[in-house]
Write a protein that binds this ligand. Structure first.
Ligand code: SER
Length: 287
């Protein structure tokens, strides 16, 4: 399956579940002084979550151009050295604005991953926020994930916030373990390149103010984000995002222009960095 087909299948799946397909916002959030770059698909819907804006639809899906090089979400130092972080990436997302909540978000994510894309269920792990028994129970009742593959983590891993302030809430992540030892929980959230998070389902119900205080929002919302380059790597059965059809044409050109072969750590890392940064700069300048 090509990356183009994967993107289309994601959007079609949610279109069939009543979602409006919307455009990505620019990587520069012109109307939000709290962010230098767009760091998540939910940025363009911040006003809806805060209750200060509305849309003519209450379910949306898209692919969002994101840059994570500053502030709360900064992946710059990982890029090139590991196989799955980028300064620029696409985030596939579906949203509910005061409409469906945890049950549908969890059951549809599972359906897309295991029914449509046929990912091996035994390799998938779900994490939930330590106090979120509701999400924990939905994983048990609306999916057929192995019950011991549902794990609880604290604020660092399972409470998502866009920045120092803004809409936020408990989240439930889906990880895939590609190791031979795939039935072992110890790899989840350990930074392993072969046990990676692929999708984050955020249940937006709070607002963090400038004093760091949490408040309840007027309604409950869903904000999900799947790493497009990661899911392409998994579905194309590659060992690195850079080996997917998203990056491999660029890597080929970089090798031929530089005369340097992509065949050992000393050259793989800088070539990855060049390929990654060219995308970031192209979209940053363009937007
Ligand atoms: N906002 C969440 C994230 O960026 C889910 O879309 O991970």
């Amino acid at each position: 399956m090509t990356s183009g087909e994967i993107r289309e299948q994601f959007l079609d799946f949610f279109k069939n579940k009543g979602h409006r397909i919307v455009a990505s916002s620019p990587v520069v959030p012109y109307d939000d002084p709290t962010l230098l770059f767009t760091n998540a698909g939910m940025n363009q819907f911040k006003d809806v979550f805060l209750g200060t804006g509305t849309r003519e639809y209450n379910r949306a899906a898209n692919t969002q151009k994101c840059i994570r090089v500053s502030g709360k979400h900064n992946d710059l130092e990982e890029v090139g050295y590991d196989t799955y972080h980028h300064t620029f990436f696409e985030m596939l997302g579906n949203w509910s604005f005061g409409d469906y909540y945890k049950k549908e978000a969890i059951s549809w994510a599972w359906e897309l991953l295991t029914d449509v894309w046929k990912l091996p269920k035994e390799r998938l792990w779900a994490t939930v926020y330590e106090t979120d028994n509701e999400a924990f129970n939905f994983w048990k009742t609306v999916t057929d994930i192995k019950h011991d593959h549902i794990l609880k983590f604290g604020e660092k891993d399972n409470f998502w916030e866009m920045g120092e302030t803004g809409p936020c809430g408990p989240c439930s992540e889906i990880h895939i373990n590609l190791l031979e030892d795939y039935d072992n929980p110890i790899y989840v959230n350990m930074g392993s390149p072969v046990c990676i998070e692929i999708w984050n389902l955020v249940f937006i119900q709070n607002f963090r103010d400038a004093d760091g205080k949490l408040h309840d929002l007027p309604a409950k919302h869903v904000d999900t984000g799947m790493g497009f380059e990661r899911i392409c790597r998994v579905l194309q059965k590659e060992s690195s995002n850079y080996k997917t059809d998203i990056f491999s044409p660029m890597i080929k050109v970089i090798q031929s222009l530089s005369g340097v072969k992509y065949n050992k750590m000393e050259t793989i890392v800088p070539i990855n960095v060049i390929a990654d940064h060219i995308r970031t700069l192209t979209f940053a300048i363009g937007d």
